[in-house]
Ligand binder design. Sequence first.
Ligand code: NDP
Length: 289
Amino acid sequence: SPATVSVLGLGLMGRALAHALLRAGHRVTVWNRTPSKADALVADGALLAPSAGDALRSADLTILCLTDDEAVRSLLGQDGVDLRGTTLVNLTSGSSAQARETARWAERRGARYLDGAIMAVPPAIGTADAVILHSGPRTAFEEHSPTLAALGTATYLGEDPGLASLYDAAGLTMMWSVLNAWLHGTAMLRTAGVDAASFAPFAQQIAVGVAGWLPGYAEQVDGGSFPAEVSALETDARAMSHLLDESEALGVSTELPRLFKALADRAVAAGHGSEQYPVLIEEFGRPTP
Ligand code: NDP
């Protein structure tokens, strides 16, 4: 049966969330600091609440989508905002520490709190392509997952409210690493007149191939043992020197090869040269020297 859902924060993302909930047939109450941003939603059947407190009171579930965590705390901390008995799903971006702190803060005030991270842009909201990560009490997620499914692919990660933000950050480092490596390779090939479109299929093949190594390498990381089954780190480190020299000779950026080599050299210096690449987890798992 349709739920009553409130959406607080009607920026680009909040409006997309509220529209998707309306399309799925839910009763939607909205509130925004600048009320005019609710006009199109009201025309589509949403109810505009006169205050954030009113919006919270009328809902089974309240979705928050504001600029940052500070905005969330200042809004929900106002007089007249009663969190007792409400379930909050905070889709505002922030750090894992903020998520844990806001969870404790909201729970002390009587709310159930799920944190979330949206791995999509507003036009994808309401489609399966919009992956939305959630963490916090499993019972709260299970109770509301039929409603949350209207927003995209609702994924539950665990009880620790910081997990959604952590997975979000871990996903971003994957994304930028792959894109930066592709752009560096493209810059190298362009010096020989090869265009990006010609390299892209080859690059894609490499990315997919490497992705296939991850489950096996994860076993090494989790097991804390890194036997060189296919190649030793010192072999990789030598190839990194070639990559650095080639980049320098071509007159393209050397930042990525320098980074690769700095990490590998440290691990080799620490005696890990004969082990396999994932032994670098030890370098990634501590602060930069
Ligand atoms: P917008 O800048 O479009 O919207 C920000 C919203 O926050 C507005 O509704 C604004 O109200 C409200 N707000 C800010 N400060 C306060 C405050 N002190 N009190 C009350 N309301 C406040 O941002 P988006 O909608 O794009 O993003 C919202 C969240 O979603 C962010 O955390 C963002 O990182 C995340 N997100 C966005 C994505 C995107 O592609 N847009 C992708 C993934 C996550 P007002 O209208 O009155 O200014």
